[in-house]
Structures are given as C-alpha cells and as structure tokens.
Design a protein around this ligand. Sequence first.
Ligand code: ADP
Length: 356
Amino acid sequence: MDRSRWIRTWQYLAAIGVCVVALGIKLALSPTLGQKTPFLLFFAAVSFSAWYGGTGPAVLAIVLSALLAKWFFLAPFHTFMVEPSELLRMLSFSAEASLVAFLSLQLRQAREAAEQGVTQAETALRVREEFLAIASHELKTPLTSLHLDVLFLRRLLGATDQKLREELPSRIERVARQTTRLTALVNSLFDVSRLSSGMLTLVRADVELGELVQEVVERLAPEAAQARCVLNVEAPHPIHGQWDRLRLEQVVTNLLGNAIKYGAGAPVDLLVDTVDGLARLRVRDRGTGIPPEAQARIFGRFERAASPQHFGGLGLGLYISRQIAEAHGGTLGVESTPGQGSTFILMLPLESPGSE
Ligand code: ADP
C-alpha cells in the first residue's frame, strides 16, 4: 500500500478509535452524569475526526457516534430500534455534529492556508536574499573592472609613455565588453520584473528560424573561439513562423551562451528542423552536463546548478527563455548526462495562436 493510502486508512481508524474512547469515557462517567447528555463527548470525537482526517472520517465519526449513543444511552437500550421521541434527538445530534465537523474542517483549512502563506513568504524572502547576493556580486565584477579601466584611460589622457598608449585598444575593448555585460544583466533584471507582473508582450512577425540561429552564431563566434568551441549549424530547410524575433534571439543567445560557457573546449551543435508540426531547435554541447535532480529546477527563477566559483551568472537566462518559449505557445526542455553534455530543446508552434 502506498503512503497516502496508509495515511487515509489510519485517519479512518483514528475516527473509529476516538469514538470508542468517547464511548469509554462516557460509560465511565455515566454513574455521575446519568443519561442526561448522551452525545456530549461524541461531539469532541467528531471534531477531532474532521480536523485530523477530513470529510470522510468526520462522516464516519458522526454515524458511529449516533449508533453508539443510541445503543448505549437511548432507550430502549442495546438495540438500534429508535423511539419516535428519541428520533428527534438523534437527528438534532447529526445536524449539530455536522456543523461541528464543518467548522473544524474550515479551521483546519484556514490553518493550512496560513502555514502555506508563511512558507511561501519565507521562500520568497530567501530567494530575494540569494538574488541580492548574486546580483550584487555579478554587477560588482564588471563594474570594478570598468572602474579600473576608466581610471587607466584617464591617466592615459596626459601620458606620453608609448607602452601605456599601446594598451589603449585592448582597454577600450574591455570597457565595451563590460558595458555589454552590464547591459545584459540589467536587461535580465528588467525582464524578470516584467515577467513577474505578466507584462511580457510579443511582437510577432515572420521569422525564419535557421537564419535567426545563424545570425546569433555569427554574433557569438568570437566568444566561441575564445572558449575553443567549434559551432556547427544544421538547418536543412527554411522554417518560418510568426514569432517575436528579438525575444527568440534572446533565447538562442542564452542557450548558445550557456553551451559555450559550460561546454568550453568542445564543439557545440545547433540543429533546426520540424517535428510533429512544430519548429525545433536543439543546442547540444559536450560540457559539464546537469545532474538529473537539477534538470527541472534550473528553469526556475534565480536557480543555478553550477558552482559560483567556476561559473558566474544570475540563474535567470533559462527562466526567461522558458517564459518566452511558453509565451509563444512552445516549450523549452533539457536532456543531459552529467559529464557528457546537455541538449536544450526549444519547440515552437509553426502557427501563432488564433491564425488558421
Ligand atoms: P546562469 O547560467 O546565469 O547561471 P541560466 O538560467 O542560464 O543561468 O542557467 C541556470 C543553470 O543551469 C546554470 O547555473 C547551470 O548550472 C545550468 N546550465 C544551463 N545551461 C547549461 C549547459 N549548457 N550545461 C550545463 N549546465 C547548464
């Protein structure tokens, strides 16, 4: 028997148990209390059953209590025959016990909702704290380097030293790179707040996926070369769809950027085709791979599976990319074997919603 069925069975047994305990106490107190309050302790049993087990055990407790009270405490005793005068008392017990059960259930639900609220608030707070720590670290690194480069350039203004002047192009190149990185980071943060408030709107136009992928590949070629990644693009036929070009570029850039980052030193394959009436992009690297337990999690906000010492990042790229895929009516998933690499798969409907 699985765990939830065990718990369910246990809840019914507990309902029977508390009714029997209520009966025992009532019998023990009978010499003192007399026969005046035949149902008194059974209300407690019903309330407990509703609180602990929910509707089913509560109904069982009401029926069992009514039968036990009848058998032991309502004349004629030790029979289930009910005299008309007692019938009304039994009906009134059933109605009152139902009310008690209902109130107990409501109380339990309110408590559960409050507990859930507290857990959610705690999680949100933890996520925010983690995010602030990561974001400040991620923003600080390019800012520090930018600051040093700008100080260097200022010194250079009045310098005559030829050696210093030779460093100028590489310093300016670095400033440009850090500015691009900062812009991308800030854009990611904006995207997250836009997504959280449901304000991501798509600007659809005719897009050829293979061509878009090729453009991104060309743009990231210097980064790939630096990471010693050969990029192979396979797009046998043109695939057109009504998609948001800039947003898809963002997804492909993110997937390819990750493949280069986590798969440095090995080739990366990008395959564009169609399957079951959907456009499909597969980005395959031969890098670190992702542990099975992290594969679903990494699409969450601020979720990362890589060690922060080795790889920088906010843990937002895949979250934003999946949101963009889903806004198009598509999906983004991953297949990965740790140590062997990962394949990210983007699926997009060829028809936009509403078009025939
Ligand atoms: P970031 O790379 O900035 O941390 P992402 O949302 O793009 O954020 O990725 C989330 C996590 O998923 C990464 O921290 C990394 O652990 C994992 N990941 C993403 N792409 C790959 C990949 N190609 N290979 C291995 N791990 C990856």
